[in-house]
Design a binder for this molecule. Sequence first.
Ligand code: CTP
Length: 413
Amino acid sequence: MQLKGRKIILGITGSIAAYKAAYLTRLLVKEGAEVKVIMTPLGKEFITPVTMATLSRNTVLCDFFNYDDGSWNSHVDLGIWADLFLVAPASANTMARMATGVCDNLLLTTYLSCRCPVMIAPAMDLDMFRHPATINNMEVLLERGNIIIEPSSGELASGLSGKGRMEEPEKIITRLVSFFEAAAAGRGPAGDDGRYLSMRGKKFLVTAGPTHEAIDPVRYIGNHSSGKMGYAIAAELANRGAEVILVSGPVAKELDHTRVKVVKVNTAGEMHRECLKWFPGCNACIMTAAVADYTPVVSSGKKLKRGSGSITLEMKPTADILGEMGRNKKKGQVLVGFALETDNEKENAIKKLHNKNLDFIVLNSLNEEGAGFHADTNKVSIINPDGSAVDFAMKSKPEVAADIVNHLSGLLK
Ligand code: CTP
């Protein structure tokens, strides 16, 4: 019951993704939220008010008036009642109207009246999503403090494939939960100026994944890093309005976010080059990558042949990327490292923090079940330069990312 007692207006607009609003409503109610649904006239063509009224356990509001008894559906009262206004799915048309202040239906008048945070989950065809008009409207909405839940990429109702699928209901719920958690703790997405995109105007370098050091054209030395933690941090920062450069080693992951530039690399040498290139222009770097400490002295151009005897591979150290950035960081730049230790965990992590001149280090332990490389969960401690530490419970990697970004945001103020 993570959303217990939260009052949420769910706005449904004319998009085929309206079918997902049914499941979203079910999840909201299951999490303890009180849900009132407003539908635009076109929204009703995609999913019926009866379905939404049943799932939300409330009357669905579509018109300014109740035509049976003449009573007024007050958008002002609705706007004051709500803790959050979630528009999901949000069509290109509704976003354009929200951006310009047109208010010819109940959803739009409620939007103009409400005093609560507004989250918008767009859903549309890929060409509509990338049209300059839509991009411009989203910029305006972001600028005014609305939170946009990026659509994902994949198969679209049009039969085309690309970006424009409304985010999955489970992921929207996760966003809501972390939003309310952060707001309750007086930190996180809510900025001092009352807006919700506290990282807007800031730029971050995030690294993720392993590096692969070639032995020959078909073999390499690598490690088990999946990149999940770094990708979750990049998404969390971008969701809070930041611009992110994600330098990623070879992983089976993609991140298609308007404000994330993904730079793919293979080797520690390539990651080193990219980090030195981007770090000077960034407010902070979060180095989650599991960078190889050694690379073969010689990488054979041809596949090595099997022989009968044993072989020895000569290795040379790679650059300590974080250490180098720590030596060169400018006043105000924040540097965050990760440490994965098997023994003397905290002492080793603190040593790394000081050696590399970090602002804090995130320690994750291999000794914990459910934490580490391929898991979807992680259990971390954040250690500060004075040795103080905050130990977090086991959480999903996106939730851990939110904790780390919350800690980081305190240092950027
Ligand atoms: N790191 C780096 N460059 C390297 C190795 C590590 O920037 N060549 C960064 C990692 O991304 C991580 C931090 O340094 O944020 C700590 O990495 P870790 O492998 O735990 O530490 P090392 O310095 O490599 O020390 P050791 O392997 O001996 O524990």
